[in-house]
Ligand binder design. Sequence first.
Ligand code: SD4
Length: 306
Amino acid sequence: KASAARVVSTWDFGVAANQAAWAILGKGGHALDAVEAGAQVPESDLRNHSVGKGGYPDRDGHVSLDASIMDADGSCGAVAALEHIEHPISVARRVMERTPHVLLVGEGALQFALEQGFRKQDLLTPEAEQAWHEWLKTAKYQPSINSEVHDYGRTGRPGGAHNHDTIGMLAIDAHGRMSGACTTSGMAWKMRGRVGDSPIIGAGLYVDGEVGGATSTGVGEEVIRNAGSFLVVELMRQGRSPHEACKEAVMRIVKKRREASKTLQVGFLAMNRNGEVGAYAIQHGFTYAVCDAQKQDALIPSQSVY
Ligand code: SD4
């Protein structure tokens, strides 16, 4: 029996992203189109300093983007350290559909994007540039636990160091097909050339149509170390619920990195093929958005270790 359509994504701004995805899912469209359209929303949102245009740059002032996309049958594509392109998620999809490869990086990824007709533009907004200049005064790399940027709707001001607002999105369509997408500008003030978990299949994103999908947000290094999203999907394959699987993956990180984990954030979000959703994070403050035919704007606080 075909599952009911549903889309989930990370953080508060996942609500708006889900609605763009739902415009496709609600009409019986394909999950892959839905996650691409959804991920494009924060990519274009200048208020979001961790994704796409308006994202905070690396320590040398370059906005450098990572993204991945994956379909139920294991097809996937990704770009890393891509500059000057507003929608890295769409370039990732082209890598999947139009090249024999999975991951293109840096100059080569940009060259491919331009060949595919994407427009080259300056992604560093005056606001992000100013924040970078502020940061240069001390030039300390200290990821904040949760970005306050998702407060802007309530406070009307962007806050803090904005490190954790990557969007990870998982959708299941009316035909029961699942796809996922993940897109980010990575950690603010990262070293030039640094790549996080988001474009690494199995780390920031993993989908297996027979089981379900998972995605992550937070300090990417910790997620790569544990092949985090792949781990969550494999745990679901063994019978864990999405919540239990996310919790176990978080506990792996905490067990191995007991001291460091007290001050860093990682969150996992998962959905199984039946549309059951779960999440877990190291730190309090992680939220995820759920959208289906019943309710389009649900925002749920994740449980956490601390
Ligand atoms: C990274 N996981 O590049 C990303 C950052 C992130 O919300 O999640 N920000 O490590």
